[in-house]
Design a protein. Structure first.
Length: 553
């Protein structure tokens, strides 16, 4: 006898699928964040080796004043920062650009190594606490100075001590504080070094970043007040220097968005001031530079080797230097870039093509990026197929079935997105990037509350439009379940886009942060939509009974 197959119980599968999806979303988000926190440079195990010094030093001392989070527009305000703007008149200065992630940890290491975050082995996200600070593995200006027999010192935030544990720093003052009192202690500790035999000194002033995070952001008067106090501290540092013998570099690691925060790829957080004055400097305003240009420029000023993983160029146009010295620098730079290129191609398992160009840095970096993109493209082939298949098939099936109720599902989902994003973007003035994420606890709380409220309103509109509450309990529950899954389907689109572009988790290179954030944010929402949606399915069934009782009355 042939037994008839029981029809698939799609309703039951849909109910069971919601908690499974929520659990899957949780594990995906966790795996993604863990992989980003734990990311290591492909050059970690075998970093390129340092080359020979570039030549004779151009200055007796380089002092780097790193004013954390200082936006370029703030730095150009003469009323807020009068000393810095006065210094510009006798300095080489330019707009400096960086790359995401625009957090302090990757920014600092980019400045020190001349390498972008995907290869400099920095922590892409700031350490969650002082015990989580990681020592990076690539060559940097302090290690280069040590090899040349120069004395070095750092005064600043506590993270520097752990980050530079292998870089041979001779003297250090490290403090966990970020406010004005902490900055005054930092400067007081550094000032004696500027009268002693130290050739490379970094002073980190942190209160502008503190004001951005904890005192209202860049549009609050506290921001300008912090920048003004930082300007006064800068004056203390520069006034003790002999500008005919010493060189000072003033810069920032990132900016902040208007409401406060950084980490994303907004222009305002990836545009920083750069001011260089003193011995060996040709004053004037110059074209835009990149953050990776700082380290090789410091190497030329001090006559050390160019950091081995450097991806920038020395700012020769800003320096008083003769033709013979320029030729020696270019030769050293060509050797450094060749070694980096070989190390990088070996690390990612690609074949290196010969590079011949007069602009060796740009040519080498273009070749490295092409190899990186080529490897990514090959990895993306199957992920693109999966993402397209999952995106297209449900929409195609709905089209074939010409489900009119799908229009109300679509309307409800649109309302959900408008309410969620309306609060996030319009009311709270947040950006769709890492810059707006305050903490893990905040993200969970915000997403849970906003998703629940937005979904409840959208569900009610969709159910009323479908007149679902006048149907039987099971049918009303089916309609609600359909709406919830439709919403999850729409939320899956940015998730699938991120999967296609970046993969399930971060592996050998940093992700494309815009698509990854959109996918990450949608996954977090999907978790709560699945949980709240399950409750709404049950409420839908109960609501029909209430409506029927009211009708009988």
């Amino acid at each position: 006898m042939n037994r008839k197959r029981k029809p698939i119980n799609w309703f039951l599968l849909g109910i069971i699928g919601l908690p499974l999806l929520a659990v899957g979303a949780y594990f995906w988000v966790t795996a993604l964040m863990d992989s980003l926190y734990n990311y290591r440079s492909p050059l970690m195990a075998m970093p390129p080796q340092a080359g020979a010094p570039v030549g004779e030093p151009l200055t007796g001392r380089v002092v780097i004043v790193l004013i954390d989070a200082l936006r370029e527009d703030t730095s150009l305000d003469a009323e807020v920062m009068p000393f810095l703007n006065g210094l510009r008149e006798q300095a080489a200065w330019a707009t400096m650009s960086s790359r995401p992630p625009s957090f302090s940890a990757p920014g600092w290491i980019t400045i020190l190594t001349g390498a972008w975050p995907d290869i400099n082995d920095s922590q892409p996200l700031n350490p969650p606490d002082e015990n989580s600070v990681r020592t990076f593995t690539q060559d940097d200006i302090f290690a280069a100075a040590e090899r040349s027999g120069l004395r070095t010192a750092i005064s600043g935030y506590a993270w520097f001590e752990g980050m530079l544990a292998n870089s041979g720093v001779d003297a250090g003052f490290y403090i966990p504080g970020e406010d004005n009192a902490a900055d005054q202690d930092v400067v007081d500790a550094a000032l004696p070094w500027l009268s002693e035999n130290f050739q490379l000194v970094l002073v980190h002033i942190d209160q502008v970043d503190y004001a951005g995070h904890h005192e209202g952001g860049p549009r609050d008067p506290n921001w300008d007040a912090a920048a003004n106090r930082s300007d006064a501290l800068l004056a203390e540092i520069v006034n003790i220097l002999d500008m005919e013998q010493d060189t000072v570099i003033v810069l920032s690691d990132h900016g902040q968005i208007d409401r406060g925060g950084h980490g994303g790829n907004e222009s305002v957080v990836m545009t920083e001031p750069f001011v260089m004055a003193g011995k060996g400097i040709i004053p004037g305003k110059y074209l835009e530079i990149e953050m990776v240009d700082v380290a090789p420029t410091v190497a030329v000023l001090l006559g050390t080797n160019i950091p081995a993983s450097n991806q920038g160029r020395p700012l020769i146009e800003m320096l008083e230097i003769d033709t013979a010295a320029v030729d020696a620098i270019q030769s050293a730079l060509a050797s450094q870039q060749a070694d980096l290129y070989e190390a990088f191609t070996t690390a990612i398992g690609q074949e290196a093509e010969p590079i011949e160009s007069e602009t060796i840095v740009s040519a080498t970096q273009l070749a490295m990026e092409n190899l990186r993109q080529g490897k990514l493209a090959r990895e993306r082939v199957w992920r693109n197929l999966v993402a397209v298949f999952i995106t297209v098939i449900p929409a195609y099936l709905l089209f074939l079935r010409k489900e009119k109720k799908a229009l109300w599902f679509l309307a409800g989902t649109a309302i959900y997105l408008l309410l969620f994003l309306g609060r996030y973007i319009l009311i709270d003035n947040r950006t769709l990037s890492l810059s707006s994420l305050e903490s893990q606890t905040w993200l969970i709380t915000y997403s849970a509350v906003t998703s629940a409220l937005a979904l409840a309103v959208a569900w009610l509109v969709s159910m009323l439009g479908l007149r679902a509450f006048r149907l039987g309990p099971r049918e009303a529950a089916r309609q609600a379940l359909g709406f919830v899954w439709f919403t999850l389907y729409v939320l899956a689109i940015p998730i699938l886009l991120s999967f296609a572009v970046n993969g399930y988790r971060v592996t050998w290179t940093l992700p494309e942060f815009t698509t990854q954030f959109l996918g990450f944010f949608a996954t977090v929402q999907g978790l709560f939509v699945a949980v709240v949606g399950l409750l709404l399915v049950g409420i839908s069934a109960l609501a029909t009974r209430v409506v029927k009782k009211q009708d009988k009355l």
